[in-house]
Design a protein around this ligand. Structure first.
Ligand SMILES: Nc1ncnc2c1ncn2[C@@H]1O[C@H](COP(=O)(O)OP(=O)(O)O)[C@@H](O)[C@H]1O
Ligand SMILES: [Mg+2]
Length: 223
């Protein structure tokens, strides 16, 4: 399967039913094979934008071009992992694909290798750390052969060590597997790992580009 999809959003508008406008002519591009971050104050529309990208909400106007194979990683992995063990959870995402048992095993092992969790394949989910749970969620997307990853504040509940481990791992996965990723965060130290960043304000991207420049800008006016 050719992996030629990045993320292209043009003039996207969205408002919740009877609510105020959340996205108001929002445009952004994440080139294929790159890892970009999305910054913005609480309520600026970051999660809504990710849901539109994942086709979980319909846009009211504007256009979105991206892969149909999208993996979504939530802030709280306990809302995402549904099976009792690591291996079963990753395999669960493959149910719709009508694979043989051997194919499922191969996909699960390969995906767990990618996030360095193969040795924990039989580990109960409850016995994992927060960072390990997030890596299981990412392995689920890799097992389904997703080529675009959307991560909505995946480090919000992690301690600083697991936080930086996770962001470094996603950076490495994007580069080694040719994925495209958009990662929402408030933590400015994570900007050291990405190729570029967007700042969302009042439903529009008001700044974009070099992550170190955005980091400097936001250190003066924290989110
Ligand atoms: N399910 C919903 N129904 C109505 N309004 C919502 C819903 N989810 C979010 N909103 C509103 O949309 C706006 C943007 O929210 P959100 O996308 O969650 O922002 P962020 O992720 O940047 O904090 C906020 O004003 C929020 O209250
Ligand atoms: Mg949010």
């Amino acid at each position: 399967m050719p992996r030629s999809f990045g993320i292209e959003v043009q003039d996207l508008c969205f408002r919740w039913y009877k609510g105020e406008t959340v996205l108001d002519g929002c445009s952004l591009t994440v080139p294929q094979g790159e890892f970009w971050m999305l910054l913005g104050t609480n309520g600026s529309g970051k999660s809504t934008l990710l849901k539109l990208l994942a086709n979980l909400l319909p846009p009211q106007s504007g256009s979105i071009r991206t892969s149909p194979h999208i993996g979504f990683v939530f802030q709280n992995p306990d809302h995402q992992l549904v099976m009792p063990t690591v291996g079963a959870d990753v395999a669960f995402g493959l149910v719709a694909e009508k694979l043989t048992l051997a194919q499922v095993h191969r996909r699960v092992e390969e995906a767990l290798d990618a996030v360095n969790l193969r040795s924990l394949i039989r580990r109960p989910i409850y016995a994992l750390s927060g960072g390990q749970k997030q890596r299981v969620a990412i392995a689920g997307a890799i097992a389904r052969h997703c080529d675009v990853l959307l991560l909505d504040e995946p480090t919000a509940l992690l301690d600083p060590d697991s936080q930086l481990d996770l962001v470094a791992q996603v950076q490495q996965l994007v580069k080694s597997r040719g994925l495209t990723a958009l990662w929402v965060t408030h933590r400015l130290d994570e900007l050291d790992y990405c190729d570029g960043a967007f700042l969302l304000e009042k439903g529009k991207v008001v700044d974009r580009g070099d992550p170190q420049r955005l980091k400097q800008r936001l250190m003066q006016v924290p989110l």
